[in-house]
Design a protein around this ligand. Structure first.
Ligand SMILES: [Zn+2]
Ligand SMILES: [Zn+2]
Length: 158
C-alpha cells in the first residue's frame, strides 16, 4: 500500500494509511478533548480498508456504542477515532502532519477560549532556544520513534 506512514511516540504501533480526502479537520467536542488529552482533536478520515497496521496493534476504548478511541498501550499516544467502516486518524501521529491540510472545524459547542489565544500569546522560540541547557541531553537520550518506517525498533545494537 502506498499512502502516508505514522505511528505512536514509542514505535510499538505503526500504520500506513490513504486518507480518503487527504485533508483533516479539528473537532472541539468534549469527547475528543478527553480522548486526546488536549484542547481539540485533529483528525483525518480514512476508510478501514485504506489503513494497515504495519507494526503492533492499537489498544481501544469504546467511548460510545459505535465509536472506539485507539491508542498505544505502551506509550499512550492517541492514534484514532474509530467508527463503523473507518477511522479519523490523529494528525500528529503521522510522520509528516504538515502534508495534510485542515478543511474545517466541528464540535463547536466545545470550542475552548484558549484556541483563540494561539498566535496572540508571546512566542518564546524554538525548543533549542527555550531549553538551551537541556536540549542536548534530551536529543542524546531521545527514545521517540523517528518520522519514517524502520525495519527494527528500537534499533538493534552491536
Ligand atoms: Zn507507543
Ligand atoms: Zn469530536
Amino acid at each position: 500500500m502506498t499512502g502516508l506512514s505514522g505511528g505512536c511516540q514509542c514505535g510499538a504501533v505503526r500504520f500506513r494509511a490513504v486518507p480518503s480526502r487527504g485533508k483533516a479537520h479539528i473537532c472541539h467536542c468534549r469527547m475528543c478533548q478527553k480522548a486526546v488529552g488536549n484542547l481539540f482533536a485533529s483528525l483525518v478520515d480514512a476508510d478501514a480498508s485504506e489503513v494497515i497496521w504495519t507494526r503492533g496493534t492499537p489498544a481501544t476504548f469504546n467511548s460510545s456504542a459505535e465509536v472506539t478511541r485507539g491508542f498505544c498501550s505502551a506509550c499512550g499516544t492517541p492514534l484514532f477515532y474509530g467508527y463503523p467502516g473507518g477511522y479519523g486518524l490523529c494528525l500528529g501521529a503521522f510522520d509528516d502532519p504538515a502534508a495534510i491540510p485542515l478543511i474545517h472545524e466541528s464540535g463547536m459547542e466545545g470550542r475552548l477560549p484558549q484556541v483563540d489565544q494561539i498566535g496572540h500569546i508571546p512566542n518564546i522560540g524554538t525548543t533549542e532556544e527555550d531549553m538551551a541547557d537541556e536540549a542536548p541531553a534530551i536529543a542524546a537520550s531521545n527514545r521517540q520513534h523517528p518520522d519514517h518506517d524502520t525495519d527494527h525498533w528500537p534499533p538493534v545494537s552491536g
